[in-house]
Ligand binder design. Structure first.
Ligand SMILES: [Zn+2]
Ligand SMILES: [Zn+2]
Length: 344
């Protein structure tokens, strides 16, 4: 869910590792050790680059690698497993790192002047870990021992670093500034998709920006009513609201993109009730924005869904929906999206 693919130059690779090793509590390891030796834990960014023989000014060829990020505040134990190798391999053993919640960073290198992509890949989601607990629980311990909120927070932090320094996208991959420069001056990017600038620069007045990025918005039905019955699946971050007066149904934000699939897999999300079992609510969308770029409307980073019980006034933060794409203006202009009629 929070994986991210991007193009980073070797220089940016260094910057990313420097950030990871100085601004977070992440420890960096090889994913697999070489034969007959311990798994290497890296001391700093320079150590990583040196180990994989990467020169930050490289223009033609450099090898890629895969390393693992482990955060003690996410997971108490990282597990270093010894793998005994078959005789035919001519080797005896090697080590690998394992655990429920690791972030794998892969850098694919430069091949004949073509800079290949990188990504951060989360080894598991909470949901997936719980599904595999029977199989791996003995080795990894209970999935509930992992601080999944901290894991998501950490991946968000890493993604932010990438997005903040990106100037364009190709397919779903972000292109960081120096990688873009590389593609214009030294080589090119290994991509089959067109390169699209991230933000068409169109200066907006502060008033326009303020209007286009409100901190919150109340849900109002097309009939003017503002109370709704609500169904939410918090784990999947989707919701459906039905007007208590005219019964028109709306998806919350981008819920419609995944609704059918989620209902098919997990059934209809549960109806929301307040502590006194009332079921009609006012809905407030609370927006959080990314760091603004001067003269532009900032992108939405997440939207909180807050309900106020229409009967007893009980107020509750129901869930927060993370947004990892751009542009995001429809989420603000039209937080309620008309459904094709679903009978619920
Ligand atoms: Zn209505
Ligand atoms: Zn109530």
């Amino acid at each position: 869910m929070s994986d991210i693919s991007f193009y980073a130059s070797p220089k940016e690779l260094y910057d990313i590792l420097e950030f990871v090793l100085t601004e977070t509590d992440i420890e960096v390891y090889e994913t697999y050790s070489g034969h007959e030796r311990e798994l290497k834990k890296f001391k700093n960014a320079a150590d990583v680059l040196q180990w994989y023989s990467i020169n930050i000014t490289e223009e033609r060829n450099c090898k890629g690698f895969r390393i693992a990020f482990y955060s003690p505040s996410v997971m108490k134990n990282r597990i270093i497993t010894k793998i005994n190798l078959k005789k035919e391999t001519g080797h005896i053993y090697r080590y690998c790192i394992e655990g429920w919640a690791l972030i794998i960073f892969s850098f694919e290198g430069i091949k004949d002047g073509r800079l290949c992509g990188s990504d951060f890949f989360l080894s598991n989601s909470e949901k997936r870990a719980k599904q595999w607990e029977d199989t791996y629980g003995d080795k990894f311990g209970p999935a509930s021992d992992v601080n999944w909120d901290a894991f998501l927070e950490l991946s968000k932090k890493l993604n932010k670093v990438i997005k903040k320094s990106s100037v364009a996208k190709t397919g779903s991959c972000y292109i960081m500034e120096d990688a873009m420069h590389f593609s214009k001056t030294k080589g090119r990017l290994a991509t089959m998709y067109p390169i699209v600038p991230l933000r068409q620069v169109k200066e907006k007045t502060p008033e326009e920006i303020r209007k286009a990025s409100p901190p919150r918005k109340d849900a109002i039905c097309t009939c003017g009513n503002n109370t709704f019955h609500l169904r939410l699946n918090r784990l999947e971050s989707v919701g459906l609201a039905a007007c208590t007066k005219c019964h028109t149904q709306f998806y919350l934000l981008d819920s419609g993109d995944h609704w059918d699939e989620i209902v098919e897999e997990e059934g209809l999300p549960r109806q929301v009730k307040c502590t006194k079992v009332h079921n009609a609510f006012g809905i407030i969308f609370v927006y959080d924005y990314r760091d603004p770029i001067e003269g532009e409307v900032p992108d939405v980073e997440s939207v909180g869904i807050v309900t106020i019980c229409a009967t007893c006034g009980y107020r509750k933060h129901q869930m927060t929906i993370e947004i990892d794409y751009s542009p995001t203006d429809t989420l603000v202009n039209q937080p309620l999206v008309l459904t094709k009629k679903i009978n619920v």
